[in-house]
Ligand binder design. Structure first.
Ligand SMILES: C[S@@+](CC[C@H](N)C(=O)[O-])C[C@H]1O[C@@H](n2cnc3c(N)ncnc32)[C@H](O)[C@@H]1O
Length: 210
């Protein structure tokens, strides 16, 4: 089991009980995402955590693959979906690359609070482009600490990871992330960030037809 998997398994229970830090932005993200959906859509969320966002979106689409490396997160997600009588979310363990979805098979892919945690970020962005249908959308929200006073964390991260106190964590700049998404074959349609104290950047990007 990887250090990150262990970290997130340990964190799962507390994560499921934690409250949303910025409700206004969270609700804005939900509604901007749902504006993209139609009831016939097949979507995938990678790094789904305990499934909170997938459960919000489930009534608006046909089917959601929700994947995560942490079995504990997924178990909580499965229980919450059952409790909410949601039957169109399939929870599966693994990374995006391991999941290996069929090419051009999905209408939308969601990666929320996950891209800055990925060792294989560029390969993952390329995989998102591969598995989306032409014109499909990629919705992401990503902590970009590179331009903030928190950028010093990059010096602490290796030790934090070694001690099991931190998962894999990469310090990105917003412009760098936007360029990587575009380079993977997307046109960015929406890009905004929360507030000065919360460096999450929300991006909706559409796959460019090739
Ligand atoms: C910060 S949480 C975000 C959870 C959820 N997306 C949300 O916005 O609340 C990060 C999640 O990504 C998962 N994760 C970390 N690395 C991953 C990877 N390489 N592939 C898939 N999931 C991963 C963790 O297990 C954790 O559930």
């Amino acid at each position: 089991m990887s250090i990150s998997e262990k970290f997130w398994n340990k964190k799962a229970e507390d994560y499921s009980k934690s409250s949303i830090s910025d409700e206004e932005s969270y609700n804005r993200k939900l509604s901007e995402t749902q504006a993209l959906f139609t009831p016939d859509m097949h979507i995938l969320e990678f790094g789904c955590g305990t499934g909170t966002t997938a459960i919000h979106h489930a009534p608006h689409v046909k089917h959601i693959h929700a994947i995560d490396i942490s079995e504990n997160m997924l178990d909580i997600g499965r229980a919450k979906a059952k409790e909410a009588s949601i039957e169109n979310i399939e929870f599966t363990k693994g990374t995006l690359i391991e999941f290996n979805a069929e090419s051009a098979s999905l209408d939308a892919v969601l990666g929320l609070n996950i891209i800055h945690l990925l060792k294989d970020r560029k390969d993952s962005l390329a995989d998102v482009a591969r598995i989306l249908k032409p014109g499909g959308v990629f919705v992401s929200s990503t902590a970009c600490l590179g331009g903030s006073y928190l950028r010093f964390i990059k010096f602490l991260a290796p030790l934090g990871k070694l001690l099991g106190l931190m998962p894999d964590l990469f310090i990105l700049k917003e412009a760098e992330l936007a360029k990587e998404i575009e380079d993977a074959g997307f046109k960015i349609e929406t890009q905004w960030h929360h507030s000065l104290h919360n460096m999450a950047v929300f991006i909706i990007a559409r796959k460019i037809d090739s």
